[in-house]
Design a protein around this ligand. Structure first.
Ligand code: SF4
Length: 339
């Protein structure tokens, strides 16, 4: 089996407020194989964007990493100094941030913004080499070298997003984190941007973590999926397996909420709202919204269980399920449904 390029073990990221800790990421573990695509999907407040910032070691106070490991090629990023981490960012792990289009400096030409990114990482190049590299990274994202002479306001939304991707991949990182990379774009441009990310990933031989709430986008783009809820992973496995047979009730509702032609414009949402992560009580945080909740769900946090190889589900419905390769036992029968 290929060693993972990234392995996250029992990661905890808490925001320490006057009213208590907000457990934005609480005991998350997953692995990312080289050259593969992992989706982190969930509603707002599920912890997925905090997860992205933690992987880049960009959590700001009052937040901090309170436990766990982030192993990038075996090196624990949690233990690195800020200076060591600065060298790892962009070089080995890079992020296309949420709202990336607004992260460009409006008064600086695109070429200079790419060069500034390279220089910030102590890359020593002559002007001619820099110009060549800028043209090269722009071509990776299907932009003409002349875009380097332009200001952000002269570009369309899709072009600005491509520039942000170009900056993120300018040092050929092994892992690219794309946090809602298409959220402000129309459907056609969304598709083009995702195709660009996919092509660049294959050309660089990088692995991608796509973060978002759009299950439809995940189905089209990723190989593996981790569904986040309340700062934890509810279910993870191969995308096609989860889509064909979602095991966690929250995943089932997420998939059912995808628009279908026969719905004739009616959109189905998931009833209720995401839980507060401030002083979160024990038990499954989904229990107040879960149509299949059991009495035990109110008091005992369900641990992740490997129901099939590489398929983990954190749900009491499977508490008595034997670990059988290729088969998942039916949910435990006879348990009284929660009132
Ligand atoms: Fe629903 Fe209970 Fe499973 Fe949580 S643990 S998803 S409340 S059945």
């Amino acid at each position: 089996m290929t060693a993972p390029v990234l392995e996250v073990r029992d990661l905890k990221v808490y925001y320490h407020t006057a009213r208590g800790p907000v457990k934005a990421v609480d005991g998350v573990s997953f692995t990312l194989a080289p050259k593969t695509r992992l989706g982190l999907v969930g509603e707002s407040g599920s912890g997925k964007s905090t997860m992205a910032l933690a992987l880049m070691r960009m959590i700001k106070p009052p937040g901090r990493i309170d436990g766990g490991q982030i192993l990038l090629d075996g090196q624990d990023l949690v233990q690195l100094s800020q200076d060591e981490m600065r060298r790892v960012r962009l070089n080995q792990i890079a992020m296309v941030p949420q709202g990336a289009m607004n992260s460009l400096n409006p008064v600086t030409r695109i070429r200079q913004q790419i060069v500034d990114g390279l220089r910030a990482h102590d890359i020593k190049m002559t002007k001619r080499e820099m110009d060549k590299r800028v043209a090269e990274v722009l071509s990776w994202v299907d932009l003409h070298p002349s875009v380097g002479d332009m200001y952000p306001h002269e570009l369309s939304g899709g072009m600005k997003q491509r520039v942000c991707i170009a900056i993120a991949i300018s040092l050929r990182p092994k892992v690219i984190i794309a946090d809602e990379p298409t959220s402000a774009l129309d459907v056609v441009v969304q598709r083009q941007v995702m195709e660009t990310i996919g092509r660049v990933q294959e050309e660089l031989g990088a692995a991608v973590i796509l973060i978002g709430h759009d299950m439809g986008l995940m189905v089209q783009f990723v190989d593996r999926l981790a569904v986040m809820y309340g700062g934890k992973i509810a279910e993870q496995g191969h995308m096609r397996d989860i889509f064909r047979e979602p095991l966690h009730p929250y995943t089932r509702l997420l998939i059912q909420s995808l628009p279908k032609l026969e719905d004739k414009g009616e959109l189905k949402g998931i009833p209720g709202i995401a839980p507060s992560l401030l002083n979160a009580p024990p038990g499954c945080l989904f229990h107040v919204r879960c149509p299949e909740a059991l009495p035990v769900c109110k008091t005992v946090t369900p641990p992740p269980q490997e129901l099939r190889p590489a398929r983990l589900v954190a749900c009491h419905l499977y508490d008595a399920a034997p670990v059988v390769a290729g088969a998942v036992a039916a949910p435990v029968a006879g348990k009284e449904q929660a009132a």
